[in-house]
Design a protein around this ligand. Structure first.
Ligand SMILES: [Mg+2]
Length: 135
């Protein structure tokens, strides 16, 4: 059973590997982000399931570690925290003009959001970029 499962599973494994499409720094950043997010969650797990005191110092440490890996990713992608903070807020304002609503979460205008996310293509004067700015 176990060997058959492995055989059946790896039948669909891709043997293609295009590291040149990603580059080692983004792989490093991605692995680090996942690892640090898991460390953040582990600190919550210890408090939630083992009854330990929530270690906020450790949680803040893990946030800093995530930022460190984000810095690598941003350097590779030629962006910065200010730009990405602005971009995500514009996207969220387009998605939720006043506040979070389940209906808006389930019926997103992905085309409009993509235009906001691709400001390098459309520029900051493009209507899709401007929409959602007004409060
Ligand atoms: Mg860490």
């Amino acid at each position: 059973m176990s060997k058959q499962f492995i055989k059946d599973a790896i039948r669909t494994e891709s043997h293609n590997f295009y590291l040149e499409n990603v580059g080692p720094r983004l792989v490093h950043a991605s692995m680090g982000l996942v690892t640090e997010a898991a460390e953040f969650q582990d600190a919550l797990k210890k408090a939630l399931f083992y009854g330990k005191e929530l270690d906020k110092t450790n949680l803040k440490e893990e946030i800093g570690d995530v930022l460190w890996y984000l810095a690598i990713a941003m350097d590779v992608l030629n962006t910065d925290f200010d730009t990405e903070q602005d971009r995500v807020i514009r996207k969220l304002k387009a998605r939720y003009p006043s506040k979070f609503e389940n209906d808006l979460a389930e019926n997103r205008d992905l085309v409009a959001e993509r235009k906001i996310l691709a400001t390098e293509i459309f520029g900051k004067d493009h209507p899709a970029y401007v929409s959602g700015i007004d409060d």
